[in-house]
Design a protein around this ligand. Structure first.
Ligand code: APR
Ligand code: ZN
Ligand code: ZN
Length: 362
């Protein structure tokens, strides 16, 4: 028996989203049906709507979600009805060449639900990042549903499913930030502020927040930034060098996704420092760097996909940090909204008014 629920669908490139009836099948082997409690509005949802990810319209949007497992399919043993879960867009397979080499965060064969969710007329939907959680219920691969402590409020918990994990992991997993490091974060939206929180928890001595929007710099202080740099007021590379005795930071995290901020991150590193790119560029962007500087400055230039996370390891840990008051997930929740308000939330996101708008379900 399938169920029909309401969901937010992007039907065509660049067109506003609409609320549609979504048909959600019962879970088959290896699948889980999740009643969504909350789902954050992320840039990637907007990118899907704009056709910037691929052309597989219609999309069922939403992917930063927490909820309760309603039922599970055959063969699912470690998850059951009533479990409180955060949904992950990576569920390592354990068998691909990367998993077999002990690097499951690069899994090349991550699982999603095998059965499609559809519109009422049977048209299959492409769920955003294999999740599709701007819907009262969604069907995922059981491995995508990660059990966490149910005392966490869903609005906050869901955010670790994407933006917070990406930023936190960029600092801690990819950047390897450790005690005593100086860290600069360029771009302090949800992702950059999570990187600031991660660097702070990892023991960084100095965390420099860089943004062109003073509101974002205020928020950054709340997440642990020790210094702030308004990049609209002067050269941020100079400012970072000045704050680090002329040397640059040990780890610089680029959380914007633009060539000019990548270049700043490259130049704002100390010798042999690490650059972590977590901002996603658009496919037309290019960058030119003097090869001698690439060689001479040494260090590491890394990109961070989903914070190089292992959901089953990292989600419960972040929730525990939240519940013990050491990670301010509530600080990322700028507002809670209804399913009908996603289009308006995209506009607020574009104006930089929010870290995250979060859809909640009654
Ligand atoms: N210098 C510094 N900060 C900048 C600049 C710039 N030139 N241009 C934009 N910013 C700031 C914005 O003011 C904003 O605070 O970068 C921040 C980007 O944050 P958001 O738009 O809220 O995006 P966020 O959700 O944090 O994601 C950042 O990471 O995962 C990716 O796709 C995501 O590319 C996006 C990036
Ligand atoms: Zn794998
Ligand atoms: Zn996202």
């Amino acid at each position: 028996m399938s169920q029909t629920v309401r969901g937010v669908v992007a039907g065509a490139r660049g067109k506003p989203v609409s609320i549609e009836e979504i048909v959600v099948p019962d879970p088959g082997p290896g699948e889980a049906l999740v009643a969504v409690a909350a789902c954050g509005v992320c840039h990637t949802d907007l990118h899907y709507r704009e056709g910037a990810i691929n052309d597989d319209f219609p999309f069922l949007l939403g992917h930063e979600a927490a909820g309760k497992v309603e039922s599970v399919g055959e063969g699912v043993t470690d998850l059951g009805p009533g479990d409180f879960v955060v949904l992950a867009w990576r569920a390592p397979c354990g068998r691909c060449r990367s998993c077999r080499r002990g690097r499951p965060w690069y899994c090349f064969d991550s699982a999603n639900a095998a059965q499609p969710m559809t519109l009422a007329d049977g048209t299959p939907l492409s769920p955003a990042l294999g999740i599709g959680a701007f819907a009262e219920k969604t069907l995922v691969a059981a491995g995508q549903a990660v059990k966490v402590d149910p005392r966490a409020r869903p609005e906050a918990a869901g955010l670790i499913g994407c933006g917070v994990m990406a930023g936190f992991g960029a600092a801690v997993n990819t950047g390897g930030v450790t005690r005593g490091d100086s860290v600069a974060v360029i771009g302090c939206g949800g992702v950059g502020n999570a990187a600031i929180a991660g660097a702070t928890l990892a023991g960084a001595r100095m965390v420099i927040a860089v943004d062109i929007d003073p509101r974002k710099l205020d928020w950054a202080r709340g997440f642990g930034a020790t210094h702030t740099v308004d990049a609209s007021a002067g050269d941020p590379v100079e400012a970072i060098r000045e704050l680090t005795d002329g040397f640059g930071a040990d780890v610089v995290i680029e959380a914007v996704g633009r060539p000019e901020t990548y270049r700043q991150a490259f130049e704002a590193r100390d010798h042999a420092g690490t650059l972590v790119q977590v901002g996603v560029p658009d496919p037309t962007m290019t960058i030119e760097l003097p090869l001698i500087d690439l060689f001479g400055r040494g260090g590491a230039l890394k990109s961070s996909w989903y914070g190089d996370c292992l959901p089953s390891r990292d989600f419960p840990m972040l929730i525990d940090l939240y519940l013990s008051g050491r990670l301010d997930l509530d600080g990322f929740v700028s507002e809670t909204i209804g399913l009908d308000d996603v289009e308006e939330a995209f506009a607020r996101m574009g104006r930089g008014e929010v870290l995250r708008s979060v859809v909640t379900f009654a």
